[in-house]
Structure formats: C-alpha cells, structure tokens
Write a protein that binds this ligand. Structure first.
Ligand SMILES: [Zn+2]
Length: 141
C-alpha cells in the first residue's frame, strides 16, 4: 500500500470520519506547504508529549510545565468543587460542553466511549472497572 492510501486509512480511523472525508483531508494536506505540514506534525507530537491523562477522572490535560506527568487535573485537585456530585460522561468533548456551561460544580468521570446495548464485553469499550473503583473510593470518603 502506498503512503497516500496509508494516510487515508489513518484519517478514516478518526471518530466520525469516513473514507471520503479521509481522502479530502489527504488532498487538503497535499496542497499545504512543507512548512505548514511540519508545523502540524510538530504540534501533534508536542500535544502528545505534553498532555497527560488525569488519574482520577481520565480527562486529558496539559501537565505541569508542559510535561507529561501522572497527576490530577485542575478540576480533580480543586477543593472548591462540590464533592457530593460525580458526573459520568462518555468523552472528553462531553466534559468540555458541560464545563463551558458553568452550570455544574461537581466532579467528572470520563467513561471513554459508549457501549451498544447488546455488547457482551463492555469492559473492552469503556472504563467500567475504573468507574466502579472510583465509586468505591467515594463511598469510603
Ligand atoms: Zn481529573
């Protein structure tokens, strides 16, 4: 498989992106200058290096001093939030929508996706075990 098709396949694996959109992304990039492509690829690498997953809620955030270190995010370490509330959301993007509204002052748990109703192994799609552990921790507090 040539590199053009490989890149198409990678874009087609993005959430909500089909083969036609993937092909449009590839042609969009082909029309960009080499310096724009380098800026894009460098930024993807930088985001990957500097972003970490919160140990408690599993949301991605930029670590301290731009470093990828295991720690709690700003929300989980905020003592002013309401610790009687825990909202379970499917994805990071859902968290952002709720947080931007400013209407919720509790904590979050990012499940990591959704499960089709007849799925026999939900643990493979979402952080079910981690959620149950988190609920167990909250009960002890
Ligand atoms: Zn967190």
């Amino acid at each position: 498989m040539d590199s053009l098709r490989r890149l198409e396949e990678i874009f087609a694996k993005f959430p909500g992106i089909g083969p036609r959109q993937a092909r449009r992304f590839v042609y969009y990039l082909l029309n960009k200058s080499p310096s724009s492509i380098k800026e894009f690829t460098d930024l993807v690498l930088e985001v990957k290096k500097s972003t970490t997953e919160c140990e408690r809620c599993h949301r991605f955030f930029i670590g301290m001093n731009g470093k990828n270190i295991g720690a709690l995010c700003s929300i989980c370490s905020d003592a002013n939030r309401d610790n009687s509330l825990l909202m379970v959301v499917a994805r990071d993007s859902d968290f952002e929508t709720v947080e931007k509204s400013g209407a919720y002052r509790g904590f979050y748990f990012i499940l990591g996706g959704t499960v089709p109703i007849l799925d026999k192994e939900p643990d493979k799609r979402i952080r079910l075990k981690s959620l149950l552990e988190r609920i167990g921790e909250e009960k002890r507090l």
